[in-house]
Write a protein that binds this ligand. Structure first.
Ligand code: ADP
Length: 311
């Protein structure tokens, strides 16, 4: 069995997926990118291999993507995260139909990607200048409110009062805004709900730049936050498709690239082999037809044999 690895080295997290020839996910892992990007990615990769009982040599093809993709030296191929995201989304979205719009929120950027009817990228828009609509904003807010990012969704749904109006255009100012809102007596739940709506509004402005076309799909680490998903769906007035593993779909897409390259090579080799077999069969047939008259001559008068009186 051949295995393929996709490694998405994001600004915040390294995501690794190992798949088999049938694109089944054998294992996945998420780790902090940190400052020692290559070392941390390698450590996480080998930890995942250990967990799933594979060796590095079992990986036929390794594809990297994400902002740090070029830092992973022993990759077979590197691809842009837009392409990897689209391939991953197309695959995990299959049970629902054709994904036409991808919303991806990462640790420090957000993207909107349009796909055509075949699932190819037709347009995209990206915000990587401002952290206000990204995971970093959520991480910072959670820290200021003394909760974990994994609890943001629960706080959102527990909000009783009106969500706080969060206007922050920059994550740096958001910190003082949150402190100001706490001072005004807002509960953490209402502040978090307000933050989710602020991010949702910002994200939708980005999506409108590429066009809002169904099926709409949302991935990236913050897609694990059900409160943010609800705010986005509320603002869009449409349902979003959220994969089971939203943080690792881009790594999955990178893994598929390797599987496709392998499949292509395998089919080409098979075709080449069958062409070669066909050619040698034709050659053999050719020999046979040129030899046959002689054989028949030999048969009739014994020419070429010890009993031939002419030879
Ligand atoms: P990048 O690819 O840019 O590194 P990711 O797509 O990995 O970004 O997303 C990282 C962000 O995902 C974090 O900053 C955090 O806000 C969010 N996140 C990660 N895990 C969770 C979780 N379990 N619940 C909610 N948010 C999460």
């Amino acid at each position: 069995m051949d295995y393929f690895a996709g490694i998405d080295i994001g600004s915040t997290a390294v995501k690794i997926v190992v798949i088999d020839e049938d694109r089944q996910i054998i294992g996945s892992k998420t780790a902090a990118t940190g400052a020692l990007v290559y070392k941390n990615a390698q450590t996480a990769f080998h930890a995942l291999l250990d967990e799933i009982g594979l060796k590095r040599t079992d990986i036929t093809y390794l594809t990297t993507t994400g902002y740090g993709r070029k830092l992973f030296e022993d990759a077979d191929e590197t691809i842009s995260e837009i392409t990897a995201n689209a391939i991953g989304a197309k695959q995990v979205g299959k049970p629902y139909g054709t994904i036409r719009t991808i919303i991806n929120i990462g640790g420090q950027d957000s993207k909107a990607i349009s796909l055509d009817e075949e699932g190819n990228v037709s347009n995209f828009a990206m915000n990587d200048r401002c952290a206000a609509g990204t995971g970093r904003f959520l991480d910072m807010a959670a820290r200021n409110l003394e909760i974990g990012v994994t609890e943001l969704g629960e706080f959102h749904f527990n909000a009783q009062g009106t969500p706080a109006a969060v206007n922050a255009t920059c994550a740096v100012f958001a910190e003082s805004e949150i402190i100001g809102l706490l001072g005004k007596g807002y509960g953490r739940e209402e502040i978090i709900k307000g933050i989710h709506f602020s991010i949702a509004k910002r994200t939708i402005r980005l999506v409108k730049r590429v066009g809002v076309e169904e099926l709409l799909y949302f991935d990236g680490g913050p897609a694990l936050n059900k409160g943010l998903v609800a705010a986005l769906e509320d603002e869009l007035g449409r349902r979003l498709i959220i994969p089971d593993i939203p943080q690792v779909t881009t790594a999955f897409g990178a893994g598929i690239i390797g599987q496709e390259a392998y499949q292509f090579e395998k089919e080409e080799n098979e075709q080449l082999l069958s062409e070669k077999q066909k050619q040698s069969l034709e050659k053999a047939e050719g020999y046979k037809s040129t030899l046959e008259p002689d054989f028949s001559k030999t048969d009739s008068n014994g020419c070429g044999t010890s009993s031939c009186s002419h030879c």
